[in-house]
Design a protein around this ligand. Structure first.
Ligand code: FES
Length: 571
């Protein structure tokens, strides 16, 4: 038996990127020898190699199905004539990480990039799903420059509680708010705790994970129609097998992420984000992906698109349905068909087709209750808007589709919390001087301060919740879970810990918001702000070591995707 010369194969396979012993022939011989110890035939070891970046982890419930998906990808790769080799990358389970999974997204992106670059693979399948994993995988693969295709884990199915459908995690928050307000007792909340997340897969609503899967399909980086397939559906395994086959097709095609994704693709993704009323986090992740490619998510452009893009998808937290409904209603294909004229259909995709080729020419079934017609939208304007002003010189984000519109045009008195610790210590203090017309302000929860946790969904103070207050104006430099809702202004940039004016707000200041004018202003005169700035304490010392030190020194603000400055595309 002889190993075929590499000229007969499509890729370079295991002979690429040899270990440096100063003798390439020896390195190739040693690699083949060690690879054979895994039981592969020499014939298989001579094939092109498809790497499979897999993210199964005992600390990631959303990725429980990844091992089965990887096996299905392998079937597809083998059937198409290549050798599948899976490898682990860092996995980020949203609720298992402290201080927040966002703090580790760039670390996962770096690990992904280096493992794709450092190991001999001709193409790579990126398997992920939970909030930060898909953006991290795409960021890393975009920088690594090898052909890549994404496979999402898919969303969870809903469950039932007393006849009511429940799905993580909008319902988690709804019941917790009810519990905080004294509407249900501890026995009931414990029962509900066991019903919220009952299958493998990502959160069941239009949270960050679902939004990112949809946007990555819109960017042309996964097979059409695969973003929304539920995690437990047999179609997901078929999608995995097809993704494996497609990865083999990618070898030698030159279709790397930087060749597929253009500014038009980014615009398409922003439009899709607005039309599905997706997670605010997606703005940050999309900006980070764009930044890896020398592209940009411009917040003025987002506002312009928001004014002309209707919300068509009726899912929680904005509307009523769950991801399983979106899949049954037609998924991303249904959205493309409904909104085709608003997208740039000439955008390229990983299959070599254009986005327009993915629009079904025949009238496939689209459930109008879930993916509305353009003449019957959930809202005639997009779900998100960016705000600018003296309080947010580099911008802030508001999910207007999931908020009480009565709070959009007002001047409010600030009630300030200087940190997350201060917030948890005082928010439920019966003596806290706060009313429903005030604005709760959280400082020092941005990227440099503490990794930008999803703390922007400040709880309504207990005494106000008990009195029936359901929403109030809340502002911070933090993020918010994609499954949350409320009049919540997020991602204020620059953050307080980076010298942003948010850090100068004091109790009793007046803050003016106007969603109509896209403004967010601190109504305090410049002399007063200058004297407050001069009296600010010195910055806390840098973290003493490791990732925390590197992260804090090099992380960018939300408008640049919170990537590390040296990881963005040069120039
Ligand atoms: Fe993983 Fe929501 S916790 S997607």
């Amino acid at each position: 038996m002889h190993i075929r010369p590499m000229s007969e194969t499509k890729g370079k396979g295991l002979e690429a990127g040899l270990t440096n012993y100063g003798d390439p022939a020896f390195a190739a011989y040693l690699r083949r020898s060690f690879a054979r110890s895994m039981g592969y035939s020499r014939e298989l070891l001579a094939k092109p190699v498809v790497g499979i970046a897999q993210t199964a982890s005992g600390f990631n419930n959303c990725h429980r199905g990844v091992p089965e998906l990887v096996e299905a990808v392998k079937r597809g790769v083998l059937a198409a004539g290549a050798l599948p080799l899976d490898f682990p990358v860092i996995s980020l389970g949203e609720v298992f990480l402290s201080p927040t999974s966002m703090f580790y997204r760039n670390l996962m992106a770096m690990a992904t990039e280096e493992m794709i670059r450092g190991q001999p693979m001709d193409a790579v399948v990126l398997v992920g799903g939970c909030d930060k994993t898909l953006p991290a995988l795409v960021m890393g693969a975009a920088s690594a420059g090898k052909p890549a295709i994404v496979l999402a884990t898919g969303p969870m199915m809903t469950s039932r509680y007393r006849g009511e459908r429940l799905g993580a995690c909008t319902d988690c928050r709804r019941f917790w708010a009810k519990y905080r307000a004294g509407g249900i007792d501890s026995d009931e909340i414990e029962t509900i705790e066991g019903r919220l997340a009952t299958t493998e897969g990502t959160c069941a609503v239009m949270g960050t994970a679902s939004t990112m899967a949809i946007l990555i399909e819109m960017l042309g980086l996964m097979l059409p129609g695969t973003a929304a397939i539920p995690a437990v559906h047999a179609d997901r395994l078929r999608a995995a097998e097809a993704t494996g086959r497609a990865a083999v097709e990618l070898i030698g095609s030159g279709r790397t992420i930087d060749k597929i994704v253009t500014q038009a693709s980014i615009d398409n993704a922003v439009r899709a984000l607005l039309a599905v009323s997706g997670s605010t986090n997606a703005v940050v992740h999309l900006a980070a992906i764009a930044g890896r490619l020398g592209l940009k998510v411009d917040l003025d452009r987002l506002n312009a698109l928001s004014d002309e893009t209707p919300v068509l998808v009726d899912l929680k937290p904005t509307g009523e349905g769950y991801m399983e409904d979106f899949f049954a209603a037609g998924g991303v294909g249904g959205l493309l068909q409904r909104m085709g004229s608003l997208f740039d259909l000439s955008a390229k995709t990983v299959t070599g087709e254009t986005l327009g080729d993915w629009v079904s020419p025949d009238a496939a079934f689209i459930d109008p209750a879930v993916i509305r017609r353009a003449d019957d939208p959930v809202s005639d304007k997009g779900g998100l808007v960016a705000l600018y002003g003296s309080l947010a010189p580099k911008g802030a984000i508001l999910k207007r589709a999931a908020a009480d519109e009565r709070l959009f045009e007002k001047t409010a008195r600030a009630v300030v919390f200087t940190s997350l610790e201060d917030l948890s210590a005082r928010i439920d203090d019966p003596d806290l001087d706060v009313g429903p017309d005030d604005a709760l302000v959280l400082q020092n929860a941005g990227p440099k301060a503490c990794g930008m946790p999803e703390a922007g969904y400040l709880p309504i103070p207990k005494k106000l919740a008990a009195a029936g207050v359901k929403d109030m104006l809340r502002l911070s430099d933090a993020r918010m879970s994609g499954t949350a809702y409320g009049a919540i202004v997020l991602h204020i940039a620059p953050e307080a810990a980076d010298g942003g004016p948010l850090g100068l707000v004091r109790d009793g200041d007046r803050i003016r918001i106007s969603v109509k004018e896209r403004r967010l202003d601190l109504l305090v005169d410049q002399a007063e702000l200058a004297s407050r700035r001069a009296a600010m304490p010195a910055a806390a010392p840098a973290p003493p070591r490791g990732w925390a030190q590197l992260y804090q020194a090099r992380v960018l603000q939300a408008d640049e995707g919170c990537d590390l400055d040296f990881l963005r595309a040069r120039g």
